[in-house]
Design a protein around this ligand. Structure first.
Ligand SMILES: [Zn+2]
Length: 226
């Protein structure tokens, strides 16, 4: 089966001084598209356009999702599913650009969206008829599964693509970098709250045990290759 993961550049944000990763400065926002014989699967949709509060703090730029898909050589009409690794504003901002496509999200994440300052609620809102709620791990297409990897957010999930003997993963923000993945390391400040650190480490351990041939991170661009 011809499955491949293609990164998409969906925009950027400038991390404010108060952000734990402020030293990283300008941060490219990536999403991904998994090509699949049954139709393409988009993983994370970046930021949408202008938003008053966001403009002041993060100075976002946005690349339209359709344009990013076309650059990745995918026709937007071939997309059959969106997976949101989580519902922070920089992962779900353009869900609405493909309004008829089902969106897979963890039940715990839908609960977290109600918390104050968790995200931009109108970007994270998913209409009932397109919401596909998952509680844990699940296969969403032959060879493509989501794995619950809580820590960065209470309902974070990662995507596992199995292609013959090869396993590739889209980590999302379970950890941020190749080095952290290689070392099984997570920064407490990257967790939704400090009490989730153990859960975050357990999530990362589950991903590492898959022994993937490559792992993709969002928002960071580098690809871990075994
Ligand atoms: Zn996040």
């Amino acid at each position: 089966m011809d499955l491949s993961i293609r990164p998409m550049m969906l925009g950027s944000v400038k991390l404010p001084e108060t952000h734990p990763r402020a030293a990283d400065g300008n941060c490219v926002i990536h999403g991904f598209v998994v090509t699949h014989p049954d139709g393409a699967i988009v993983v994370d949709t970046g930021v949408a356009g202008d938003h008053d509060v966001l403009n002041e703090i993060y100075h976002p730029t946005a690349t339209p999702l359709v344009e990013a898909l076309n650059t990745a050589d995918v026709d937007e009409r071939d997309v059959v599913a969106i997976v949101n690794t989580h519902l922070h504003f920089d992962h779900c901002g353009q869900n609405r650009m493909l309004p008829s496509v089902p969106v897979y999200v963890q039940a715990a994440e839908l609960e977290a969206v109600r918390l104050p300052k968790f995200t931009i609620p109108e970007w994270a809102e998913i209409a009932d008829d397109r919401r596909r709620v998952i509680d844990g791990d699940a296969e969403i297409a032959p060879g493509v599964s989501v794995m619950a990897t809580p820590g960065h957010t209470p309902g974070h999930q990662s995507v596992v693509v199995s292609n013959g003997d090869q396993v590739e993963i889209i980590v999302g923000q379970c950890c941020y970098t190749c080095g952290e993945f290689a070392d099984g390391r997570i920064l407490p400040a990257d967790m939704h709250e400090p009490s989730l650190l153990d859960e975050g480490l357990a999530s990362l351990d589950r991903l590492r045990r898959l022994d993937p041939t490559s792992a993709y991170f969002s928002p960071y661009t580098t690809v871990f290759t075994a």
